[in-house]
Ligand binder design. Structure first.
Ligand SMILES: Cc1cc2nc3c(=O)[nH]c(=O)nc-3n(C[C@H](O)[C@H](O)[C@H](O)COP(=O)(O)OP(=O)(O)OC[C@H]3O[C@@H](n4cnc5c(N)ncnc54)[C@H](O)[C@@H]3O)c2cc1C
Length: 381
């Protein structure tokens, strides 16, 4: 067992960390304030190979292992939680759907520009009436000759209003339950009937547009089907399983930002003639915050390790995401507490970290649903 990063992994951390400190941290408050998609940062990340970290170089990616990819997402999210979602949804969800389930021609046409960062990707699974309960989705794809006609809508789709490629899940056999779901590559620019209805106003995660989409007789050629008809549900579960490792990474990044800020503040703020960090209660808060971060990171890398080895990692990625997301919110909460009144204002980023952290407990499997998954795995259900 080796807990040290390899030289390559350390190099990735250093490179992304430097980029984040120089380019992301200085504009993070502005992104939070304007809620605008940070296209300039996405272009810079494309140059650095950060828009296709885990994909092979032959498909335009950086060819990094999953540990390095998670490290990259952790660092990016340390700078901006919204940017963390932009990259994670683009890579772990949209990109991975194409990498795992696309044929060679689909990979070449759609994955390569995503991995190179020329295109942005989104993953459209959730609907107004179908969040945790995916099989109750109503979006339908009917076959007509050599095309599919998609009708329906999706809700809360990260990058949904800016994406060039969207992987859309729809029922091809409405009577077959989860076995009747299929997935398609949709190209919003070229495909008539792709409508962005709205982008949400959110508590946090600013800069990553969360879109409501409508498909109105959206026609796609049959070669946009990913895999076979009926495989969409299993594809979604497998994709989310890998995605959860990167939501653990996003959680960790935000927790670290909250911790670093609080530790610095504890050394500077004086009350009763001494830095507040000298009060035992503050010291203990910092000790607990760091301990939780260290533990969450181990769970994340354990899940990544199993994924790389090709072992079953459903329980591991669920535990990593569940724990990291909850400690992220707890650490951010303590970050505000250590800042006292200043923490509740926009004078310090502590409140942004708290708002950004909360999302981790909701998307890509709520904490309640993940506890069901972990419990089922433990009980062999
Ligand atoms: C900012 C943001 C970005 C998102 N990005 C995407 C995206 O890119 N693509 C995408 O497809 N989706 C995305 N989502 C959707 C997200 O995955 C869903 O919101 C999430 O899966 C929960 O579904 P829901 O909101 O319908 O809640 P519900 O499923 O209605 O859950 C409501 C509550 O009931 C609980 N609950 C539900 N079922 C159970 C159960 N079986 N046992 C115990 N408790 C249960 C939940 O845990 C929760 O507390 C995003 C959401 C947000 C907020």
């Amino acid at each position: 067992m080796d807990f040290a990063l390899s030289a390559e992994q350390q190099q990735i951390r250093d490179m992304v960390s430097e980029f984040v400190d120089e380019e992301v941290v200085p504009v993070a408050d502005e992104i939070d304030h304007t809620d605008e998609f940070p296209q300039a940062l996405v272009d810079e990340m494309a140059e650095l190979g950060l828009m296709g970290m885990p994909f092979p170089e032959e498909y335009g990616g950086a060819g990094l292992d999953y540990h390095s990819y998670a490290i990259g997402i952790e660092e990016i999210s340390r700078g901006s939680g919204g940017l963390g979602t932009v990259v994670a949804a683009h890579t772990s969800l949209a990109g991975n759907m194409l990498y795992e389930f696309g044929d060679e021609s689909q990979k070449e046409s759609y994955l390569t520009p995503l991995a190179a960062g020329e295109d942005v990707g989104a993953f459209a699974l959730s609907e107004a009436g179908a969040g945790s309960d995916v099989p109750s989705m109503e979006t339908a794809a009917e076959r007509e000759g050599d095309e599919y006609v998609i009708n329906g809508g999706k809700l809360w789709i990260s990058n949904g209003s800016v994406a060039d490629t969207v992987t859309v899940f729809a029922k091809t056999d409405p009577d077959a339950g989860n076995k009747g779901i299929s997935s398609f590559v949709v190209r919003p620019e070229a495909d008539d009937g792709f409508i962005v209805e709205n982008t949400e106003e959110k508590l946090g995660d600013k800069g990553c547009p969360t879109a409501e989409l409508r498909f109105d007789d959206l026609r796609v050629p049959e070669d946009r089907l990913l895999g076979e008809e009926g495989e969409g549900f299993v594809q979604a579960l497998k994709t989310l399983n890998g995605g959860r490792i990167t939501i653990a990474a996003r959680s960790l990044g935000i927790a670290r930002a909250a911790f670093d800020e609080a530790r610095e503040y504890a050394g500077e703020r004086e009350q009763f003639g001494q830095p507040i960090g000298e009060f035992q209660s503050i010291k203990h808060k910092l000790a607990d915050m760091d301990t939780k971060i260290q533990a969450a990171r181990m769970l994340m890398h354990k899940a990544a390790d199993k994924k790389i080895r090709g072992e079953d990692y459903i329980k591991d990625s669920s535990q990593a995401k569940l724990y990291a997301s909850e400690i992220s919110r707890e650490v951010a909460n303590e970050g505000i507490q250590i800042h006292g009144g200043y923490g509740y204002t926009k004078d310090f980023p502590a409140e942004r970290f708290y708002r950004d952290a909360k999302l981790n407990e909701i998307y890509e499997g709520t904490s309640e649903v993940l506890r069901n998954t972990i419990g089922d795995q433990l009980l062999d259900n």
